[in-house]
Write a new protein. Structure first.
Length: 243
């Protein structure tokens, strides 16, 4: 995966969005939802949820937003049922796109996502139309801004816990696992006092597509429109992103 560091792209996206609090809150809401879905909504009993909430509060996410994300996961919003839906399609220039959404209104969400694709020379496809072009892996990032982590130690510990691979990028360790081993590796690192900047089961492109400048701009517009939807949880694509 050399040259295609997910953490590098995450950092670049976060830096570009520092002024866009809505997108930062969306990121936190997704992490809170995932943690509460896995381990319940009690912060005292769910260390992952407590960590996600602390990070959200550090970015000044309102308590109402935090509570709503937890209630979505635990089913405690009266009269509201949320479900997870995955959309697949092609962006401009044939770039493969996967969108994970969490919605209480499938028609609204489908309409918003279809509109975003159509407006930017893309089109939605059937289930399975692009996922075969991605590998699903567990992905964990341990930041080391102070250089206090021993590379040999964390590598050995991660591999012994069940990780497949580990690499260093931008003062951070990127750890990759099979989806089945993700939770055990994540919990082992947390239990051994490593602070996790990212932890998720996500998609990695098998190959990358290099669009023209016009296609690249349309693709960036598509991503921005998808991110502007409240229902969007994750966006994955195989566009080559150069410096």
């Amino acid at each position: 995966m050399a040259g295609h560091s997910k953490w590098h792209n995450i950092q670049r996206r976060k830096n570009a969005q520092d002024a866009k609090k809505g997108k930062i809150f969306m990121h936190h809401a997704k992490n809170i939802y995932t943690a509460a879905k896995e381990g319940g909504g009690d912060l005292d009993m769910n260390a992952s949820l407590r960590t996600a909430v602390d990070k959200a509060k550090a970015d000044n996410m309102p308590n109402d937003n935090i509570d709503r994300a937890i209630k979505k996961a635990t089913g405690d919003l009266d009269g509201v049922h949320y479900e997870e839906i995955t959309y697949e399609g092609y962006g401009p220039g044939g770039i493969a796109v996967i969108v994970n959404a969490l919605t209480d209104n499938k028609n609204r969400t489908a309409s918003e996502i279809r509109h975003a694709f159509k407006k930017n020379n893309g089109n939605l496809g059937e289930n399975g139309s692009v996922t075969f072009m991605f590998d699903r892996k567990g992905y964990i990032v341990v930041e080391d801004k102070n250089g206090s982590i021993d590379e040999d130690d964390i590598s050995l510990e991660a591999i012994e816990a069940g990780a497949d691979d580990i690499s260093i990028e931008d003062e951070a360790y990127e750890i990759y696992t099979d989806p089945e081993n993700f939770q055990s590796v994540r919990d082992y690192l947390r239990d051994n006092h490593y602070e996790l900047a990212e932890a998720d089961v996500t998609y990695f492109p098998q190959t990358y597509s290099a669009p023209s400048e016009d296609e690249k701009q349309k693709m960036l517009n598509l991503i921005e429109m998808l991110e502007d939807s409240e229902d969007t949880q994750d966006i994955h694509h195989n566009m080559e992103i150069s410096e």
